[in-house]
Design a protein around this ligand. Structure first.
Ligand code: SF4
Ligand code: SF4
Length: 234
């Protein structure tokens, strides 16, 4: 299922972007020898795929403003409690409860990934179109906040999850010390992935994202404690 979705996404992406054939095969799960290269930057442990057979890392850079595919093919926008407050203010609500009622949906969905334990998440999600229903959850659609020039009209308070893309995050508890981990979401929706023999071209980006990722994890944790979201082991 996920494989088919990735395939469809990459086919769409290839209409407008050149995709490195190695990246294409990697996203479709056709490369077997992959090493998980861990690199700790500030408080975040990044997992960068290394294609052993080809001696190449999978790296990423963003093509915005030439690209806005992640906003044009949005699947879900889970909000942290900080997002809920800032976006409701930006959208002129006096009461957060009115914003939640009018502009968000609560959905439950399975979170899966190579590094993530299979968990059931319940989150408050920003509606990507005002007529969105829970049946649209996970379906790609253009976000209503994307303007014609490719800018986000919610900026600078766009949801934390938008800042994060295309990284995914998870927490690991080792001897009561919580580590923040991150890797790429490889769904075939972002043309920014490329391969490189060296890892250094991405170091500045990881440095910049380590703060964004760490702060997002802390906001997400707070959101669960405040009962705006929940995580259940499947
Ligand atoms: S993150 Fe990827 S999909 Fe989104 S704007 Fe950047 S290059 Fe495009
Ligand atoms: S809220 Fe903004 S950044 Fe997030 S998907 Fe919509 S347009 Fe893109």
């Amino acid at each position: 299922m996920a494989h088919n979705q990735n395939k469809n996404s990459i086919n769409l992406l290839q209409k407008n972007w050149h995709i490195d054939p190695l990246i294409h095969s990697f996203m479709l799960g056709q490369i077997n020898e992959i090493q998980d290269h861990k690199i700790k930057i500030n408080k975040v442990i990044f997992h960068i795929p290394f294609l052993t057979q080809f001696k190449k890392f999978v790296l990423w850079k963003c093509f915005w403003p030439d690209c806005n595919n992640c906003c044009d093919r949005q699947g879900r926008l889970p909000l942290t409690s900080k997002d809920i407050i800032s976006i409701s203010k930006k959208n002129q609500y006096n009461k957060t409860s009115d914003f939640i009622r009018n502009e968000t949906l609560i959905t439950t969905w399975d979170e899966q990934g190579p590094h993530i334990q299979n968990v059931m998440m319940t989150t408050v999600n920003l509606k990507r179109k005002l007529t969105e229903t829970p049946y649209d959850d996970g379906k790609h659609m253009s976000c209503r906040f994307l303007d014609k020039k490719g800018y986000c009209t919610l900026h600078p308070v766009r949801p934390g999850v938008c800042h994060l893309y295309p990284f995914s995050v998870w927490l690991e508890n080792k001897n009561n010390v919580i580590d923040v981990h991150s890797t790429f979401q490889l769904t075939g929706d972002c043309p920014g992935f490329y391969t490189s023999r060296k890892i250094h071209p991405i170091k500045n980006i990881l440095n910049q994202y380590s703060d964004i990722i760490y702060n997002y994890c802390m906001d997400s944790n707070r959101t669960s404690r405040q009962n705006f979201s929940s995580i259940l082991l499947n």
